[in-house]
Design a binder for this molecule. Sequence first.
Ligand code: ADP
Ligand code: MG
Length: 391
Amino acid sequence: MLSKKTVKDIELRGNKVLVRVDFNVPLEDGEVMDDTRIQAALPTIQHLLDRDAAVILCSHLGRPKGEVDLNFSLRPVGEYLAELLGKEVKFSEDCIGATAKEAARSLEVGEVLLLENTRFHPGEKANDPEMARQLAILAEVFVNDAFGSAHRAHASTVGVAEKLPAVAGLLMEKEILYLGQVIAEPEYPFVVILGGAKISDKIGVIENLLGMADKILIGGGMANTFFKAQGFNMGDSLVEEDAVSTAEMLLKKAKNKVQLPVDVVLADEFSENAEAKTAPVRNIPDGWRILDIGEETVRLFSQEIINAKTVVWNGPMGVFEFEKFAKGTFGIAQAVADCSGLTIVGGGDSAAAVKQSGLADKIKHISTGGGASLMMLEGKTLPGLAALMDK
Ligand code: ADP
Ligand code: MG
């Protein structure tokens, strides 16, 4: 259970409420390309409006370098949100200073204001106390609903929470309930699926889950480093040389818990149009690289997945961005969709892959957080959550 207060635990009527949302969405020419994170913030916004609060939203978007860069303006997101809410969303061109102060002051109950990108100020990532203070004076209550940013101690996630009564939003609550339950008391059999490009991002997750999970199924580019540790030549495949010894150590520790692919799809170049052929895992000839898991591996992994009571999946099984090398990832998505247990997908690319597969609504929980969900799976405390008031 969530040990932190949420928006359901406090009186909000007539208050100005500053909400840290995660509106870090992909934009192209000012158009929102994927609105998942905006949709995910709606329940909290609606909850606050229903309770006669004045709602002030803030977020980061992309990686502007601590200065104003209108390529990363949240203005188009505000316009998009206004359509979803069916009501006006005011906009402040700065998230702090006189502009923000005046916009917040004149905001009335039932109205929504979006502040410009918090990362237009260097104080955001530095968790500068002055920036946190300037955010805090805009409101009487702080709500953190930005699960996707909760693994970072920034001014708008941690600094401001220390200066106002601070509670979790409904998305934050939901994310913590699902991921927290997996860590605290998973139902067995518990199967973890890991993939993606690099093993180095996920060593902490493997170490933490080795003790808990029944099986860790490993695919994607990270499997190559394990193969290398087993002594195979990987041809032109992606291998993290620095991590080979760690992979060797993990394999020793894991005994038979870690299951690697038995067959793979090779490509003669890193391209959509590469020649593709399936091969068993052994030495990979130079000029060829592994870009997906093979059919036999999908079949073996699927058997484990279907029978599990808890499944956590982070990281695609191959370069699913290329249609020819997406079969492994989509095959695993099908198995996760067919599993009747608690199924959770975390990670930006994994979530995108599951959506592409058309099976997203057959999965219990697709996390809006990448780094934050990994940090939870590592068994660590999220700074953005720790800063909120205890129940
Ligand atoms: P997530 O965002 O879900 O946490 P990652 O960012 O860790 O996932 O990994 C996703 C990336 O891994 C994808 O862009 C995918 O193309 C890449 N990838 C998967 N398998 C391979 C492979 N065999 N070789 C190179 N890249 C791979
Ligand atoms: Mg990613």
